[in-house]
Ligand binder design. Structure first.
Ligand code: GLA
Length: 382
């Protein structure tokens, strides 16, 4: 967690609202494997990281509430009994949505002020949105003694995303951000919403993120379209979710779906299996197999599920040229954001140089390279 940023957020809150706030850190996440499987009741393998959202929050004794996005230098004030979504794409929907969903659960929040800033770029596929939602629900739960469990809080964050932001996301991001464990990744069963922690020590290898610094538009509608396609195929198969299907099951309805949607459902079934195989490879310390599964995941996301883009594909191709990289793939919803790379520690510096240069030459744009530590989930900063 970033102490300089914490100080900045705290000071900015005090200057703006003249009271001392409660400080919350809410992390972003990475995902080792298991992409677009969460809303199919499948398995994912995320971890919270040491970057995310820092929020300062306190009760207000006025009859309005105010949210201040420090990085954008924008604030909005709202009345708690008149909440409605703002225009599409605006950051305040993450805050308003959480408050509205708390109210939908018959909990009473009073007026409050919140200021926040973050150190993960939005659109990086590291889930700054779930981090923000979780910081709001966590802070309000503390301030107003709402008695919400962590599981209730993440469901509230997820509903905020569905109903206010307009993205019908799964539960991975909110779960990882809330329940993260230092040095661990979580094999999460998105049906039971229960996870098994795996201590991550890749010895002479590490995970490296490369941000394309692009976020192609329409990604939200493409996301929702894919979710509906998966749900339609599950109902054709007479099952609750694609998690319950095998490749053989899918074959039985092949002539009832478009070839495109067939490939999408096939991807989900295969990716779910890859996530389970990855957990076995990790238990066995078999990084070669883990890496191959990660490359396989990218191939499926790009060719079958069609949520990649030229920039992401290029970065994965660059990784494949380097024998010190065991696996690489796009991470998160897609259409931009980061790739995650399983790379030999000795090779990091050289690869950074080559890949940065190649990316710049190809796209006339810089990529950004991050190293992250796996961290604890949303908590109060003491
Ligand atoms: C986004 C969503 C998640 C998940 C990923 C893809 O991050 O918020 O719920 O579906 O995309 O795995």
């Amino acid at each position: 967690m970033n102490t300089t940023l914490t100080k900045k957020v705290q000071e900015s809150f005090i200057t703006t609202f003249s009271t001392k706030p409660l400080m919350i850190f809410s992390p972003g996440r990475i995902n080792i494997i298991g992409e677009h499987t969460d809303y199919n009741d499948g398995f994912v393998f995320p971890a919270a990281v040491d970057k995310g959202i820092i929020a300062a929050i306190q009760k207000s004794d006025t009859n309005i509430s105010t949210a201040f996005a420090i990085d954008m230098n924008e604030s909005v004030s709202f009345e708690l009994d008149k909440l409605k979504p703002s225009s599409e794409g605006s950051w305040e929907n993450y805050v308003l949505g959480v408050v509205a969903e708390i109210q939908n659960r018959n909990r009473v929040v009073g007026n409050f002020n919140i200021a926040f800033s973050g150190d993960i770029p939005s659109g990086s596929g590291m889930s700054s949105s779930a981090a923000l939602e979780n910081s709001v629900v966590y802070g309000l739960n503390e301030l107003f003694n709402l008695g919400l469990s962590k599981t209730e809080m993440i469901l509230i964050s997820q509903k905020a995303e569905h109903n206010y932001v307009g993205v019908n996301c799964g539960i991975m991001d909110q779960y990882a951000s809330m329940f993260g464990i230092e040095n661990n990744a979580l094999l999460l069963d998105c049906r039971t919403v229960e996870a098994k922690p795996f201590e991550i020590n890749f010895k002479e290898h590490e995970l490296m993120l490369i941000n394309t610094n692009v976020k192609h538009s329409l990604s939200d509608s493409a996301y929702n379209d894919r979710r509906s396609a998966c749900e339609n195929i599950a109902s054709l198969l007479g099952i609750k979710a694609l998690r319950d299907a095998t490749e053989a099951d899918l074959l039985t309805i092949k002539d009832q779906v478009t070839p495109e949607n067939y490939q999408k459902a096939l991807y989900v079934i295969q990716e779910n299996n890859r996530a389970l195989k990855a957990s076995k490879a990790m238990t066995d310390g078999d990084l070669e197999t883990l890496g191959a599964l990660i490359y396989g995941s990218h191939e499926g996301l790009s060719k079958q599920y069609k949520v990649s883009c030229d920039e992401l594909d290029f970065l994965v191709e660059q990784a494949k040229l380097n024998k010190h990289i065991l696996g690489a793939r796009m991470m998160g919803g897609g259409f931009g954001g980061c790739t995650i790379n399983l790379i030999s520690k000795d090779a990091v510096d050289a690869f950074k140089l080559t890949v940065s240069k190649a990316y710049k030459e190809k796209f006339n744009k810089d990529c950004s390279i991050y190293s992250v530590k796996l961290s604890n989930g949303t908590h109060v900063i003491k």
